[in-house]
Design a protein around this ligand. Structure first.
Ligand SMILES: NC(=O)c1ccc[n+]([C@@H]2O[C@H](COP(=O)([O-])OP(=O)(O)OC[C@H]3O[C@@H](n4cnc5c(N)ncnc54)[C@H](OP(=O)(O)O)[C@@H]3O)[C@@H](O)[C@H]2O)c1
Length: 252
């Protein structure tokens, strides 16, 4: 794997894929020098605290992604931790996957899912742009890469409009929110290219987490290992893309 980024921030790290991202990044031979792992309730995040106790460069900070005041406070805490360094990699991982098919989806489910899965990743990226820009300016190397500056939005294959079919119907709030997140990623990819910041959507595959189905083919460590391989190989051609955990493009 290419040299990993030096500073990383990940949301939703107390369980599932977020926790696994922290575990794998922290245990890399040449790990980042700073991993900021956010979660809603740090006091209850037992597995995450175990990692942080062993690897002091893993900082746990509290974040409810829909709370604007919380994002503001987090930004100040991150500024103190980074002490002038930039933020190389932001992984917008926190998300919800409620049900809700044609006959039972409600306005409340739709709005809540959009707040968490679409609005929050955009506003969190907006808040951390100054740090991402600093990283892009101060990290050596030509071209765009995860080492320099990147925003990775964790999307889902279910966002694909083109491959939606009769076996995958329903789940209105989840599928529409991740499709909208893909547009956020595409827009960010275009807007941030001139600042040398990559942005894209990445699908983890179908994974056995609390959100995933028990029969899902992938375990969290397998999905995250492959996603990190994909991230390590990213370049300017991937900006704004919708990629699978295998590295292939997923049709919009
Ligand atoms: N598992 C799959 O098969 C699969 C497939 C495609 C895409 N994904 C995507 O992968 C990402 C991670 O999912 P996962 O499988 O790891 O799910 P998970 O085990 O259910 O974990 C979801 C994480 O998001 C956090 N979260 C939810 N709402 C939040 C909020 N309002 N503020 C802050 N944190 C919040 C949760 O925190 P709490 O513990 O506090 O609730 C938890 O840490 C999600 O974006 C999901 O859509 C997963």
């Amino acid at each position: 794997m290419n040299a990993p980024p030096q500073t990383v921030l990940i949301t939703g790290c107390n369980r599932g894929l977020g926790l696994e991202f922290v575990r794998q990044l922290a245990t890399l031979a040449s790990s980042p020098s700073c991993i900021i792992a956010t979660c809603r309730k740090p006091d209850n995040a037992v597995a995450l605290r175990k990692i942080s106790n062993k690897y002091p460069f893993v900082h746990i900070l509290q974040l409810e992604v829909t709370d604007r005041e919380n994002i503001k406070k987090l930004k100040e805490q991150v500024r103190d931790i980074l002490q002038g360094r930039g933020l190389n990699l932001l992984i917008n991982n926190a998300g919800v996957g409620p049900g809700g098919d044609l006959y039972d989806v409600t306005e409340e489910i739709m709005m809540n899912t959009f707040k968490i899965n679409v609005v929050a990743p955009l506003l969190i990226t907006q808040a951390f742009l100054p740090f991402l820009k600093t990283a892009a300016k101060t990290t050596e190397g030509i071209g765009l890469s995860w080492r320099k500056a990147a925003v990775v939005n964790i999307s889902s294959r279910l966002a694909s409009i083109e491959t939606n079919d009769e076996f995958l119907v329903g789940r209105y709030s989840y599928k529409t929110s991740k499709a909208a997140l893909n547009m956020v990623s595409k827009n960010l990819g275009v807007d941030l290219r001139e600042d040398c910041i990559l942005a894209l959507s990445l699908s983890p595959g179908s994974v056995r987490t609390d959100m995933g189905v028990p029969s899902a083919p992938l375990l969290p460590h397998q999905s995250v290992e492959m996603m990190l391989q994909v991230m390590a190989g990213l370049n300017e051609d991937d900006s704004g893309a919708f990629l699978n955990f295998t590295g292939e493009l997923i049709p919009w």
